[in-house]
Design a protein around this ligand. Structure first.
Ligand SMILES: C[S@@+](CC[C@H](N)C(=O)[O-])C[C@H]1O[C@@H](n2cnc3c(N)ncnc32)[C@H](O)[C@@H]1O
Length: 273
């Protein structure tokens, strides 16, 4: 894994957050276990019409979209980060159909047609300030009868991972006066918004895997700015916050060097109208 940048980003809070700086290490830090990847492939195969047209907004390195390609669908991927999509291109296996990858913004899609069978969005709405507009854009490019799939790696609220994220959010608020993320507060907020437009939801889940790390390893990831919610924090604040996080984890988990497990599933919310 290449060392992530150490300096905070200068992007303004009103802009979506590009993952250019994460392109070289994203896959190494976010990949699914092989069994979960197979289950995600099977979920997409069960949902996508053969030969159907799929759009993924915030397609990134294709961690999820590759399931659509494996199923021989026509895939359009849109992302504001050219470098993330470059990693997707580099990882394409020979013989796989090529996706159409477009640098663009999900809140103003560069597509005129209402021709997509499916729009997929995984871990992206929390990065987009105008996320409601991105939802409307996704609906605009869907065919009648099309689906919006909202995906995420979910850990229940009482797991160490979720509690650490929640505490980090409090630290960000305290030190910077802002929320940890500039877009939607949670995927539930996006889901409720879709329901308010008349969506019927069906939820699919993979089997559970454990995110296993020591608190010391977690502190190192925050310090190295592996996660996007650290990128806009000034260096001095980040040091102080990681220190506070360490004190909190020591009190919560009893040691900084003992591994803690957080059960996690990939969850897909299938929205139809
Ligand atoms: C956390 S990554 C998720 C990538 C992929 N969906 C996955 O699950 O692996 C979020 C991606 O969304 C992109 N992104 C952020 N805001 C965006 C926007 N307004 N329009 C399109 N892409 C955006 C980022 O550049 C990044 O590649």
């Amino acid at each position: 894994m290449n060392a992530p940048d150490t300096a905070g980003s200068t992007q303004s809070p009103g802009e979506s957050l590009s993952f250019d700086r994460a392109a070289s290490f994203y896959n190494a830090t976010r990949s699914h276990p092989p069994q979960v990847t197979r289950e995600v492939d099977a979920m997409f195969a069960s949902l996508l019409p053969p030969g159907g047209r799929i759009l993924e907004i915030g397609v990134g390195t294709g961690r999820i979209a590759r399931s659509a390609l494996a199923n021989h669908n026509t895939l359009v991927g849109i992302d504001i980060s050219r470098k993330m999509m470059e990693q997707f291109r580099l990882a394409l296996l020979s013989g796989m159909p090529s996706p159409l990858l477009i640098q663009g913004n999900a809140s103003s899609l560069p597509l005129t047609c209402g021709c997509m069978d499916v729009v997929v969005a995984v871990h992206v709405f929390h990065l987009i300030p105008a996320w409601q507009q991105a939802v409307s854009e996704a609906q605009r490019v869907l065919k009648p009868g099309g689906m919006i799939l909202l995906g995420s790696d979910d850990s229940p609220p009482d797991t160490p991972y979720s509690r650490i994220q929640e505490y980090w959010g409090e630290l960000v608020q305290k030190h910077t006066g802002r929320r940890a993320h500039r877009g939607s507060i949670s995927l539930d907020e996006v889901q409720q918004y879709l329901i308010s437009t008349g969506a019927q939801v069906n939820i699919l889940r993979t089997s559970t895997w454990n995110l296993t790390k020591t608190p010391a390893q977690i502190m190192q990831r925050f310090e190295q700015r592996v996660f996007s919610h650290t990128w806009t924090i000034p260096d001095g604040d980040l040091q102080a916050m990681v220190h506070e996080l360490g004190d909190w984890m020591l009190a919560e988990f009893g040691s900084l060097d003992q591994e803690i497990d957080s059960p996690t599933q990939f969850v897909l919310r299938v929205n139809r109208w």
